[in-house]
Design a protein around this ligand. Sequence first.
Ligand code: SF4
Ligand code: SF4
Length: 392
Amino acid sequence: METKELFPEILDEIKAVGGDVYRLCYQCGKCDVVCPWNTVTDYSMRKIIREAAFGLTDISSDDIWRCTTCGSCPDRCPRGVKQIDLSVALRTLASNFNIIVPSAAGVKGARSSLGSDGNPLGEDRSKRADWAEGLPVKPFTENAEVLFFGCCYQSYDPRMQKVAAATANILAHAGVEFGILGTKESCCGESVRKTGSEDVFKGLAKDNIKAFIDAGGKKIVVSSPHCFEAFAKEYAEFMVNFEVLHISQFLSELVRDGRLEIPGEISKTVAYHDPCYLGRHNGIYDEPRDLLSSITGLKLVEMESSRESSLCCGGGGGRVWMETVKGERFSDDRIEQARAVGAEVLATACPYCITMLEDSRLTLGAEDELEIRDITEIIQEAILETCKVEKD
Ligand code: SF4
Ligand code: SF4
């Protein structure tokens, strides 16, 4: 890239929002080799870093909104550059100038709804616990073993409400005393933070922390890897320390301790998709696989990209609220990878992954050959004879 002129004002702005991580970069390009965007377009994180270093960043470009924060490139960088921090900083900068490209316009609505109702979906806070009606779910009390925190998508999205119901049914079947905070829950804020909206994140984090402490919740079980990332890691910045478990970890504990049996049989070929924020960001690869493998008849297969090299669904970093044009959707490629290994079910453990993959399944016309399912839906099916299912 030719660089003819420096723009120190932009450099100062980038530094002011925490984006001077580019200083370490020596332009080796290893980040670009692993970036999923390079399989669908000519996006280059190396170039973005180079431009930032010279104050040549174009904050009106789509590229600064592309990074899904998938976590593939930070691990590969020989200089320890925090590429995700730079992406967040550039989005913060663009937001501060009120420049949000049309493809990222959904971020504005999500931020607004998060500020008013604590969820990014434009839904009413008073309806947050409606998903639990008719299910064995109680309001959380201090004596309960577990505070179950379903995410915004599980609270409001009809497809994801089925996952919340499956989770509640399994917990009840295992005899776990659990409860929810219902209307006192707010979005974890992880994704909106990655769009460069630190103030909205802080407001949500403070509301949740107060709600957890007021309720006396100590062990928090979450379904979303994004909630896991926020509660277990990001909220620690506020000097709090909650015990947080992803549902795959908690169910594995229940099985290990003999509290949960999965007696049924499912004779299907299942591929497991590692969500970025469960796998790469938090190293949870085995628990979901172990749970699936323990089901009689279920054949677990691995796709071309799995575990540490899992292909991102495209929904992280706030991309779930942005437009991704046909031909650039990673979730489309993931469907093809699942088809290539003969999977009848593509299983995962993240609401964004399910949302993105379900969308691709429909647009690719794969409805009749491939199911997208959360691991809890599969486990629920396997224990169906003894687990009373109120919603499916
Ligand atoms: S891998 Fe690291 S050093 Fe190499 S180009 Fe990317 S950010 Fe720069
Ligand atoms: S975090 Fe993932 S999407 Fe973002 S630049 Fe790195 S590899 Fe690409």
